[in-house]
Write a protein that binds this ligand. Structure first.
Ligand SMILES: [Zn+2]
Length: 308
């Protein structure tokens, strides 16, 4: 039995897009964990996202962090040094950690700060979920995914550190929620019909028009935004878990992603089509991990590798 522990930090770099007040709710079937839940399961074909969610007992979001009403950036359900994440100049990642764990994000005293993409950023026992373990000698870590809601720039929409693998490796997975929202809102004309397709049972589902007599154009776009946020969260956690094996470096041109359109959460991007029929904007958005990504999941870190 494999279990994965994840903590979602909301509202860094700006006001959280994931909160219900003042912004859109994450709509549609499933929550922010919907795509990630497809990581650990054996069923093929995959269940309909958000309905079966077979893996919800094995992907655990710590500290009630899926709830919009959870305001804290730390949780006492693991060893937590996190203080803040900022973008210096809009581009440079800066991670700040408290000198002692679980002291609150507004901790005082010296902090460990890094803006490097390669330097180990956090104290070595940050994110350990087995502090009180009875059996086993090795620490087991969970993963942190951080929301950066910066209102500047449109890319990247997510980042995750490939190169260590497994939950015991680096964290630094980030989802740039407001960049996703603004990108969706600025695509095409404001009264364009919005179509959605996702990948199920080895094929893209028929295009499904989202706006209607009861769903506004903006509500339809918000639905799309929520689906891309779910996909991005799953992808960046997937990078941290090294779901595409390094052996594929020479055979998969889009490494460490599958090509866009493959239908996996590890696709290099979503597909947005504004031409052709039906007229409108067609969003093809992966919503699950396929068998290759599921098979690559591991909890124990392999020997460190270096991918530029
Ligand atoms: Zn990626």
């Amino acid at each position: 039995m494999k279990d994965l522990f994840v903590y979602l930090v909301r509202g860094q770099c700006g006001t959280s897009v994931l909160r219900p007040t003042g912004s859109f709710p994450v709509t549609g079937a499933g929550g922010l964990d919907a795509n990630l839940n497809t990581l650990i399961q054996n069923a093929v074909p995959l269940p309909t996202p958000g309905i079966a969610n077979l893996a919800t007992t094995q992907v655990h979001f710590l500290g009630n962090s899926l709830s919009p009403s959870t305001p804290t950036v730390q949780t006492n359900e693991w060893i937590d040094y996190f203080s803040t994440f900022t973008l210096g100049g809009g581009t440079t990642e800066t991670w700040t950690y408290c000198p002692t764990p679980n002291a609150g994000a507004s901790c005082t005293g010296p902090t460990v700060v890094t803006a490097s993409k390669t330097t180990p950023a956090a104290p070595s026992n940050d994110r350990v979920v087995t502090k009180n373990r009875v059996y086993g000698s090795a620490d087991q870590k969970g993963l942190r995914i951080t929301e950066c809601a910066t209102t500047s720039g449109t890319s990247p929409q997510g980042t995750g550190r490939y190169g260590v693998g497994a939950a015991n490796g680096s964290d630094e997975a980030v989802v740039y929620t407001d960049r996703i929202r603004r990108t969706v809102n600025s695509t095409g004309t404001s009264r364009a019909d919005i179509y959605y397709s996702t990948f199920q049972n080895f094929a893209w589902t028929p295009l499904n028009k989202q706006n209607s007599s009861t769903v506004t154009f903006q509500q339809a776009r918000d639905f799309i935004t929520s689906k891309i946020i779910q996909y991005t969260i799953a992808m960046e956690v997937g990078h941290t878990l090294m779901l595409i094996d390094q052996a594929l470096l020479t055979s998969v041109p889009t490494f460490p992603h599958y090509a866009a359109g493959s239908g996996d959460n590890m696709d290099e991007g979503v597909q947005i089509v504004t031409s052709g029929t039906p007229s409108g904007i067609k969003f093809y958005l992966p919503s699950s991990f396929q068998s290759g990504s599921q098979g690559a999941f591991q909890l124990t870190a392999p020997a460190p590798t270096t991918i530029p």
